[in-house]
Design a protein around this ligand. Structure first.
Ligand SMILES: Cc1cc2nc3c(=O)[nH]c(=O)nc-3n(C[C@H](O)[C@H](O)[C@H](O)COP(=O)(O)OP(=O)(O)OC[C@H]3O[C@@H](n4cnc5c(N)ncnc54)[C@H](O)[C@@H]3O)c2cc1C
Length: 269
């Protein structure tokens, strides 16, 4: 895989943009893979990449019925954050936020992650109470969350309509400063390119139309480009499961921050 860098960009710019190679191959589907992943969105491509990168599997296919990143991955609001409400989501999304922060470097692909902060507005006293509760729950788990007063929101985003008779009057907000935005379809491209470099076949225009079952288990798929067997051995799955347990134990950071409850009534002024 040709490494992307400022120097490579400069060189290509000075030589008529010649010499760029395909970001990923366009392989014909093989008859059989160890792992077949259906759907070339962020999840499918990331799964393929980490199975190859972390678990050492190589014989993997990602089957995409259209073009990669053409599903929800390519049409979402692009917000990146970990400020959800339940504990399991805190762990999962905070781990994901860590990934976002290092993703462009890890994939050698600019996913345009911009940690400019994710701000949620409260439009009533009830909203502010809910935001305060959410912020308290987040801080209990060591995730950054700050309840902002109306004046603080106005200072942060001067373009907002703060008039009391606005259609959605603003009472305050909850901000996660570590959150931000990323270009989600670039994530699909970045994972596809990095997975391809590790030997993963990313196959577009290949719709899965059915499953082959053997002994009650899925053993392959029917596609618009022929049947493909999926034959990962039980040994491979056990190895993946064991490594995942070890990764999980070491990944979820134990964060201890002092818990300070917020007061919605103070904040909404
Ligand atoms: C309007 C909107 C806004 C959103 N905003 C945000 C946001 O701000 N922040 C955020 O983090 N998340 C957001 N999300 C959620 C986020 O986009 C999804 O969680 C994420 O894209 C899901 O990725 P995925 O890979 O699971 O699915 P997708 O990206 O949808 O990928 C699934 C792929 O599977 C393919 N496929 C389907 N059936 C078959 C088949 N039979 N054979 C082969 N391929 C098939 C599809 O073509 C598609 O490419 C938003 C979603 C939407 C819809």
């Amino acid at each position: 895989m040709k490494r992307y860098s400022a120097l490579a960009l400069l060189k290509a710019g000075l030589t008529g943009q010649r010499g760029w190679e395909r970001a990923w191959r366009d392989p014909e589907p093989k008859k059989s893979y160890d792992i077949v992943i259906i759907g070339g969105g962020g999840h499918g491509l990331a799964t393929a990449y980490y199975l190859a990168k972390v678990h050492g599997l190589r014989n993997i296919a990602v089957l995409e019925k259209g073009w990669i990143g053409g599903g929800n991955t390519g049409r979402n609001t692009t917000i990146v954050r970990s400020n959800y409400r339940q504990k399991p989501l805190h762990d999962l999304f905070d781990f994901a936020l860590d990934l976002w922060e290092g993703m462009s470097d890890a994939l050698n692909f600019n996913v345009m992650f911009s940690p400019r902060g994710a701000l949620f507005l409260g439009h009533s006293d009830g909203d502010m109470t809910a935001l305060a509760q959410r912020g308290d729950a987040l801080r209990c788990d060591g995730i950054d969350a700050e309840l902002l007063t109306r004046a603080q929101v106005q200072r942060l985003v001067p373009l907002l309509d703060m008039a009391p008779n606005a259609r959605f009057p603003i009472h305050g907000g909850l901000i996660q400063r570590r959150g931000g935005t990323a270009r989600h379809d670039a994530v699909a491209w970045g994972y596809a390119r990095a997975a391809d470099a590790l030997g993963v076949d990313v196959i577009q225009n290949c719709e899965v139309t059915g499953f082959a079952m053997t002994g009650g288990r899925v053993s392959g798929v029917a596609t618009t480009r022929g049947a493909i067997a999926a034959v990962a051995s039980a040994f491979a799955w056990r190895a993946i499961a064991a490594r995942s347990r070890r990764l999980r134990a070491s990944s979820f950071r134990s964060k201890r921050t002092r818990y300070r409850p917020s007061s919605p009534s103070r904040s909404s002024r």
